[in-house]
Design a protein around this ligand. Structure first.
Ligand code: GLT
Ligand code: MN
Ligand code: MN
Length: 389
């Protein structure tokens, strides 16, 4: 049993440069924290016990950097990685900050912007691979529209598909060992973003030339913005073999993209998520795509980062207790009782099964009277989470 909830490399906890490096700017207020350099962020993450750091191209190399500046920055960054043992498991492209991308990148109506976005992404893929990334994230923050008069969503989908087909071929051509993870979000910063949920993305991936290289990077906050059960979305991605990465944070339903500390807003949902990931044996990064409150200083940012990891580990321990709790397990056995009478249906459709099933008589009223002690079960979970058992 875990005792001190200390993060270790085997837990695969990662943060983006943009997460602990968030300077507390929002649409209504100026920064509240000085900007840390990427090297300082790597040291901060090592201090709190993280395993890895992820980045957008421009979190590390400013968009206006010369090739010589790029090389110096990358060299210094690699030195910090070597000194701390921090790894870079994931990288991505910033296709949303620069005004050039005000109408999107891959889905922009302007063919010049679309070409620039492809070029920028190839360069960012090269950078990510150079740093050791095995997963490449695509968050299409500006791939959408405010007015449907301006863009046909079918064009949006086609342009997105063309871009991803181009880029998977590029990865194959370069011989890179890299998978793509698409990150859906329903809105913000665009009014409507194409491919808004995990379900939309899963269907879209099957239309790509190299669907086998492309999976999901679901984010708690983004499915919660759409009012959906995140764990169910993750389960569907897992079932499809597409859970390539995950963005952990927290978020109340119906709000803007809050990106709160993991487990800080909807604890019960966070518990079932951790339980799911641990039960199925997900072995990818546990990436915290969250940032500290605007009121935080860097000591508080460290508390935020530690908090994300500690809450994950505490919930992991709670999941273990769930599976060892005699009363919970007894109720689960009762709920899932099966005397084998209908085992003949387990082999799918066949003539014998049809004949037997048609001959059955069912006591519908008795079925309606069956006991389902879900209240008792759920209260046991609540008491487990509250530390009362
Ligand atoms: C941005 C967004 C996140 C994405 C990041 C990757 S950047 O902060 O809000 O959800 O995961 O591009
Ligand atoms: Mn978010
Ligand atoms: Mn994210």
């Amino acid at each position: 049993m875990m005792s001190n909830y200390e993060p270790k490399p085997e837990h695969k906890f990662t943060f983006g440069l943009w997460t602990v490096g968030n300077i507390g700017r929002d649409p209504f207020g100026n920064p509240t924290r000085r900007a840390l350099s990427p090297v300082e962020i790597v040291h901060l993450l090592a201090e709190v016990g993280a395993w890895g750091v992820n980045l957008h191209d421009n979190d590390l190399v400013p968009i206006e950097a010369t090739p010589a500046e790029r090389d110096r920055i990358v060299r210094d960054f690699k030195k910090a990685l070597d000194e701390t043992g921090i790894v870079v498991p994931m990288a991505t492209t910033n296709l949303f900050t620069d005004p050039a991308f005000k109408d999107g990148a891959f889905t922009s109506n302007d063919p010049v912007v679309r070409a620039y976005a492809l070029q920028k992404t190839m360069q960012a893929i090269d950078l990510g691979v150079e740093l050791g990334a095995k997963v490449y994230v695509f968050w299409g923050g500006r791939e959408g529209a405010e007015s449907d008069a301006a863009k046909n969503p079918l064009d949006g989908l086609k342009r997105m598909r063309d871009a991803l087909n181009f880029l998977t071929e590029y990865v194959i051509d370069q011989g890179y060992d890299l998978k793509f993870a698409l990150e859906p979000k329903p809105n913000e910063p665009r009014s409507d973003i194409y491919l808004p949920t995990v379900g939309h993305m899963l269907a879209f991936i099957e239309t790509l030339d190299h669907a086998e290289m492309v999976g999901l990077n679901p984010e708690v906050a983004h499915e919660h913005m759409a009012g959906l059960n995140f764990m169910h979305a993750v389960a569907q991605a897992w079932d499809a073999g597409k859970l390539f990465h995950i963005d952990l944070n927290d978020q109340l339903f119906g709000r803007y993209d809050q990106d709160f500390r993991f487990g800080s807003a909807m604890l019960k949902q966070a518990f079932f998520l951790v339980k799911f990931l641990e039960d199925v044996g997900y072995d990818g990064s546990r990436h915290f795509d969250a940032h500290a409150y605007r009121s935080a200083d860097y000591e508080d940012v460290k508390a935020f980062a530690l908090g994300c990891m500690r809450t994950y580990l505490i919930l992991k321990e709670k999941a273990q207790r769930f599976s060892e709790d005699a009363e919970i397990q007894e109720l689960l056995a009762e709920i899932n009782a099966d005397d084998g009478t209908y085992a003949y249906l387990a082999n799918g459709y066949n003539a014998e099964a049809v004949t037997r099933l048609k001959a059955e008589t069912f006591d519908r009223e008795a079925l309606g009277q069956r006991t389902l002690p879900y209240e008792r079960l759920d209260q046991l979970v609540i008491e487990l989470l509250l530390g009362a058992r």
